[in-house]
Write a protein that binds this ligand. Structure first.
Ligand code: NAI
Length: 339
């Protein structure tokens, strides 16, 4: 009997710094599954800017919209005025990848500040303070923070649907509506209103500064957090920090038409080119992509293999206290793949 496997076309952006290294490890793992995956390479980031004078060439956008999903390595964006805008932020806005989903959980064998953490931060990904609307007026610099009814409604619904689908119990709305009365006030009001459609999911609200403190001290109380763009960005690095670091934190950027999967971390210039980056975050992002494509089982098996390699401790990377290289880790994961 001949079995025809669904073929998936995946846009692959290696990115900058450690991006190409963790992407090589990720593709190595994916190439050792029984899935029919075609990878189409595309360029973005500082390397693309140096080559083409454009950090996000049109060809890259065309590739993303003509494939089933995109796997993206981190891209480097120079700070300050006079340089290009982050291609990641542009892609999120252009392709309406409105939900940024970032799961954080304790894993056996990972040196971390807390145990028994299992939380997901869902962040509005297209507006807030990341609209790119910044101006100089006289000797002041100002940024425009947009919170719209439409975007707040769709991210709230996404978060509650996510909680329901994943069998999670609670959504915490994180805001600063006591000070940002109009913008956070609108976000809070809409989230609370939408929550009424989900009586089976507990809903609570929390100020962002309190949430930051509680993530540091008692992260176990959180289940799903829904919040605005900048708050979600900052809280998710904090959540990564208390569960073993950025080397382990994956993410998905989901829209109604397209989806892009990337690690939470950046290009890590301090360790780039050394072959020591932890590829777990990027590989786990690929497992989120497999789930999105409907290949849940393979995704789960890859995650189980990662957990097993980390728990064993023989092939862990430097950030987890080991001495294995990026590819050593990926090879150990493939050894454990039970397909
Ligand atoms: P970073 O996330 O690149 O690095 C922060 C720290 O975490 C560094 O000490 C780094 O060595 C460590 N780290 C990160 N990933 C690691 C991994 N996989 N294994 C082991 N250690 C790891 O943040 P940083 O240095 O603030 O930003 C560098 C560049 O990355 C900036 O240009 C920024 O714009 C860009 N960036 C890009 C993102 C994206 O493309 N989605 C996201 C965040 C930052």
């Amino acid at each position: 009997m001949v079995i025809f496997l669904t073929k998936y076309k995946i846009a692959v952006i290696p990115g900058d710094g450690i991006g190409p290294e963790v992407m090589e490890a990720t593709l190595y793992v994916l190439n050792n599954t029984n899935l029919n995956l075609e990878f189409i390479k595309a360029e973005a980031g500082l390397s693309a800017w140096k080559k083409y004078g454009n950090p996000l060439p049109q060809e890259t956008i065309n590739t993303i919209v003509n494939t089933n999903a995109c796997l993206k390595g981190p891209t480097q964006t120079p700070p300050g005025p006079g340089t290009f805008r982050s291609p990641t932020v542009i892609l999120r806005q252009m392709l309406e990848l409105y939900a940024n989903v970032r799961p954080f959980k304790s894993r056996k064998g990972v040196p971390s500040i807390h145990n028994n953490v299992d939380m997901v931060i869902i962040r509005e990904n297209t507006e807030g303070l990341y609209t790119g609307l910044e101006y100089i007026i006289g000797d002041a610099a100002m940024a425009i923070r947009i919170i719209s009814k439409r975007a707040s409604e769709r991210i709230a619904r996404f978060a509650f649907n996510f909680a329901r689908r994943e069998g999670r119990k609670k959504v915490t709305i994180v805001h600063k509506a006591n000070v940002l009365k109009e913008t956070c006030g609108l976000f809070r009001g809409i989230c609370l209103e939408i929550s009424k459609e989900y009586p089976d999911v507990l809903c609570e609200e929390m100020l962002v500064d309190t949430a930051a403190m509680k993530i540091a001290m008692i992260p176990q109380i959180f289940d799903v957090i829904v919040t605005t763009n900048l708050f979600g960005d900052i809280l998710s690095d904090e959540a990564a920090g208390i569960t073993g670091g950025l080397g382990l934190a994956p993410s998905a950027n989901i829209g109604d038409k397209y989806a892009l999967f990337e690690a939470v971390h950046g290009s890590a210039p301090d360790i780039a080119g050394k072959g020591i980056a932890n590829p777990s975050a990027m590989i786990l992002s690929a497992t989120m992509m497999l789930k999105y494509l409907g290949e849940v089982d393979v995704g789960k098996r890859i995650e189980a293999a990662i957990d097993s390699v980390i728990a064993e401790g023989k092939y862990t990377t430097k950030d987890l206290g080991g001495s294995a290289g990026t590819m050593d880790f990926a090879k150990a994961v493939v050894e454990k793949l039970n397909l």
